[in-house]
Design a binder for this molecule. Structure first.
Ligand code: GUN
Length: 291
């Protein structure tokens, strides 16, 4: 069994991006990420802190715009996004989710210019992913991070049985598409899947994103499988843990991501990759592939 060290791979990616950002700056291009945060959700605060820290360490310009829930409604937030869409100094716009209940999330995501949608959440960027790897330009950061960590350890995807547990728009569904684009045979399970264990036991590559502590147990995993744990939960002992019962599952696997130190840092690094990509395209250094 080998640990997939997301912390190490994310640092290598960050170093590469730092070099690219330096070459941009030499051409007077200053890639900038702007994050909008409404409210004070503690998990969001923590994610935004990590994003700020890595953005600054790779040399990106970074701006955090904070609002109280009382200050913002759907229309006002759309107006702010439009202002950022038109601001040539801004290359990436990220609205931290979840938003307060009185703000309608789909309308907010729709307002983001797809060229600056570094989360890869707009229908435009999600739709393009369906075409092929060539059109995965701004892909959602968590599934992109999973692909990057598999690539880094030279883990083959082609022809493999890949099972994704969780079918969210942000992780499970795009993960399935990205694995399919790389010629895996893909099953995406959801909360209504019958006999989940029968599905997960077939997996050569098992990706889990359900948000339930230690949900995947050893009996659900095939000997020698590659297990990718996207979950970040607090266990009964108060410690951070994943969706996989790591202690009992790890000995059965060929490769497994730990939590923390697996998918979390990869997600943040891939956000930076997307900001650099967006800046490159917005500055005319590359062109967008359109169908
Ligand atoms: N909230 C939890 N994960 C994410 C993410 O990847 N992007 C945004 N914008 N909000 C989140």
């Amino acid at each position: 069994m080998q640990i997939l060290d997301g912390k190490k791979v994310s640092q290598e990616l960050a170093l590469k991006l730092q070099g690219e950002v330096a070459t941009f700056k030499a051409q007077n291009i200053h890639p900038k990420l702007t994050i909008i945060l409404v409210g004070e959700d503690p998990a969001s605060e923590s994610y935004v802190r990590s994003k700020k820290k890595l953005a600054e360490s790779v040399g990106l310009e970074f701006d955090l715009i904070r609002y109280t829930p009382e200050e913002m409604d759907t229309a006002q937030l759309i107006e702010k996004i439009q202002e950022l869409n038109n601001d040539q100094k801004v290359h990436g716009i990220l609205v931290q989710l979840p938003l307060p209940k009185h703000i309608y999330e789909p309308e907010i995501i729709k307002a983001i210019d797809p060229k600056k949608d570094v989360d890869g959440f707009t229908a435009y960027n999600l739709g393009k992913m369906f075409l092929s790897t060539d059109f995965e330009e701004l892909a959602p950061c968590t599934p992109l991070g999973v692909i990057r960590i598999l690539e880094s350890y030279n883990i083959d995807i082609l022809g493999k049985e890949a099972v994704v547990v969780g079918a969210s728009n942000i992780v499970g569904k795009p993960m399935g598409v990205m694995l399919l684009n790389r010629k895996a045979t893909v099953t995406i399970c959801n909360s209504k899947t019958r006999d989940l264990a029968a599905q997960t036991r077939r997996a050569d590559i098992l990706v889990v994103a359900v948000g339930k502590a230690k949900f995947i147990t050893a009996d659900m995993v095939k000997e020698g499988a590659v297990v990718i744990d996207v979950g970040i939960n607090r266990g009964e002992d108060g410690k951070i843990c994943g969706d996989v019962d790591f202690e009992n599952v790890a000995p059965k696997t060929s490769f497994i991501t730990p939590v923390p130190g697996g998918c979390g840092p990869m997600t943040v690094a891939c956000l930076m990759e997307n900001v650099v990509k967006a800046a490159r395209r917005l500055s005319g250094l590359t062109t967008e592939k359109t169908s």
